[in-house]
Design a protein around this ligand. Structure first.
Ligand code: THU
Length: 162
């Protein structure tokens, strides 16, 4: 038998310790929770992307009575960026969530579907997307999406060129 470990390096910083542009991005993710449409889960998620131009693009979760139709905050922001800022790299994404009128004590990590969507953008642009997860006890930062998706699936996994 062989055994190995896969490690993820996570930095935890208090908002005051963040670089100005990261602090601004986290604040934008927190603000984005206000536009969440979540009458079913009552869980308000906000995401904010830092584009290579410096622009911030915000997204929030948008739900539907037919639950699977709903879209997470991360993909709302990511697909808006793809549609309206084509060809521009995403440098970072910040995520925050509110439940029962307050920001969560624990981080809200992107769901598996959003990780896959973020991973393809990262792979396609050829540069990492930093991840900043807000919680009341600190901001958890990783250097890329790839790091939080071990055994990643890409088009190349099917043996295609795309
Ligand atoms: N949700 C997000 O928007 N992003 C995440 O990272 C986790 C979950 C949304 C989906 C749904 O509207 C609500 O949170 C509860 O799952």
């Amino acid at each position: 038998m062989k055994e190995y470990e896969l490690n993820v390096r996570v930095k935890v910083l208090m908002p005051a310790e963040l670089e100005k542009s990261d602090a601004e991005l986290v604040e934008a993710a927190k603000q984005a929770t206000e536009t969440s449409y979540s009458p079913y889960s009552h869980f308000q998620v906000g995401a904010a992307l830092r584009m290579e131009s410096g622009e911030i693009i915000k997204g929030s979760n948008q739900e539907n009575a037919s639950y699977p139709v709903s879209c997470c905050a991360e993909r709302t922001a990511l697909f808006w960026a793809g549609a309206n800022r084509p060809g521009q790299a995403v440098r970072a994404i910040a995520i925050a969530a509110q439940s029962k009128g307050r920001f969560t004590d624990d981080v809200t990590g992107p769901c598996g579907v959003c990780r896959q969507a973020l991973l393809e953008v990262e792979h396609r642009q050829g540069s990492p997307i930093r991840l900043l997860l807000y919680s009341e006890s600190g901001v958890h930062v990783t250097d890329s999406i790839e790091e939080i998706v071990p055994f990643s699936f890409y088009a190349e996994s099917m043996g295609s060129e795309e």
